[in-house]
Design a protein around this ligand. Structure first.
Ligand code: NAD
Length: 319
């Protein structure tokens, strides 16, 4: 695949919604030339303002080594797919709809050279199902980012059935250059890694709440102040080694049989969806919010992202 040369690798981002815009900032901060493509009418103007706001935020957080101006110079904001021609990696970030993604891949493939790697940021569509939609499936894979992309270290790289492992290795190396701690999922399993882990936790907590044993707020408190006090440092398995594995073995024996294995959507979640609850976005969710409280959470999350990004840097993987 050749060595990584950030400056000479132009990356395309197609779809400039929440995640696409944020990924553009991460790539610019890493030194790439970026072609940012707005695929729907009117998005280019909206995205220009949004990307400018994000650049200011990234700059105030100290993420842009040389400030905003060189980033702006390295970015081309376009609507025409033909402008993707110089890109050797193109990240698709459009809405979670296979038919829309297919029409986007057709236009990307018609505009780039055969060697170009195409990656999807899909959260849930299996990569093996998406890669059959492109002319060179061996050069297609999943690249799942977390929001805000320029201030999180998470990057989940997923191979589909036909992905060439050398392409995945190259993308893993690129991820490291971007300041990520990438994980590689060699087999395309539903939910990838983090969603599978998190949904196991959601099911158990919602099951306990529905049975009246706990409140959601107590579950959040337990998660924040127990797991939250060590997880960014050591993950879950290093934590086991650290605490001594014997107690965990007892726990497996006693608890596994008691944990929920329900396959139903939890009633609490069904109710929220029926009430059209979108959480802090419309002040109706698993908690209640005033407009001011929703804004306070938004601001706190932005501050926290910055703090946790720095904290993770202080305590790198190798300890
Ligand atoms: N939101 C998250 O936190 C998050 C996290 C990880 C992955 N993802 C994934 O990233 C992708 C984008 O999610 P998002 O949250 O940025 O969504 P979004 O709704 O903010 O943006 C979706 C984008 O899709 C594009 N789009 C919409 N209709 C289109 C059409 N008809 N043709 C072509 N393009 C069209 C537009 O550029 C639009 O901005 C999805 O696959 C999603 O699953 C999202």
């Amino acid at each position: 695949m050749g060595n990584i040369d950030i400056k000479s690798t132009t990356v395309g981002v197609v779809g400039l919604g929440l995640m696409g815009s944020s990924i553009v900032i991460s790539l610019l901060a890493s030194g790439h030339r970026v072609v940012a493509l707005a695929p729907i009418p009117g998005e280019k103007e909206r995205a220009a303002g949004h990307i400018a706001d994000l650049l200011r935020h990234a700059d105030s957080a100290g993420i842009l080594q040389y400030g905003i101006a060189p980033c702006v110079n390295r970015m081309k904001l376009v609507e025409d797919y033909r402008q993707l021609a110089p890109c050797r990696v193109v990240l698709e970030c459009v809405m979670e709809d296979k038919a829309i993604k297919k029409s986007v891949y057709d236009q990307i493939a018609a505009s780039v050279v055969d060697e170009t790697i195409i990656a999807s940021n899909t959260s849930a569509i299996p990569i093996s199902e998406l890669q059959v939609l492109v002319p060179h499936p061996q050069r297609f894979l999943g690249m799942h980012w977390a929001e805000p992309a320029y201030m999180t270290r998470f990057l989940e790289v997923t191979c589909g059935k036909q992905t060439d492992p050398r392409i995945a290795d190259y993308i893993m190396q690129l991820g490291i250059e971007w300041g990520k701690e990438p994980t590689l999922l060699k087999k395309d399993i539903r939910g990838f890694i983090t969603n599978r882990l998190m949904y196991a936790v959601f099911r158990e907590a919602l099951c306990l709440a529905e049975a009246g044993h706990i409140t959601l707020s107590d579950s959040d408190k337990a998660f924040r102040y127990d797991m939250g006090s060590w997880v960014t440092l050591m993950g879950i398995f290093r934590r086991m080694d650290f605490m001594g594995t014997t107690d965990y073995i007892k726990g497996f024996g006693q608890l596994f049989a008691m944990l929920s294995n329900s396959t139903e959507v939890p009633v609490l979640m069904q109710q929220i969806v029926e009430q059209r609850g979108r959480g802090v976005h419309n002040m109706n969710g698993l908690y209640e919010y005033t407009q001011e409280e929703a804004k306070t959470w938004d601001r706190a999350f932005a501050r926290f992202n910055r703090d946790i990004y720095e904290l993770a840097e202080k305590y790198p993987e190798q300890g």
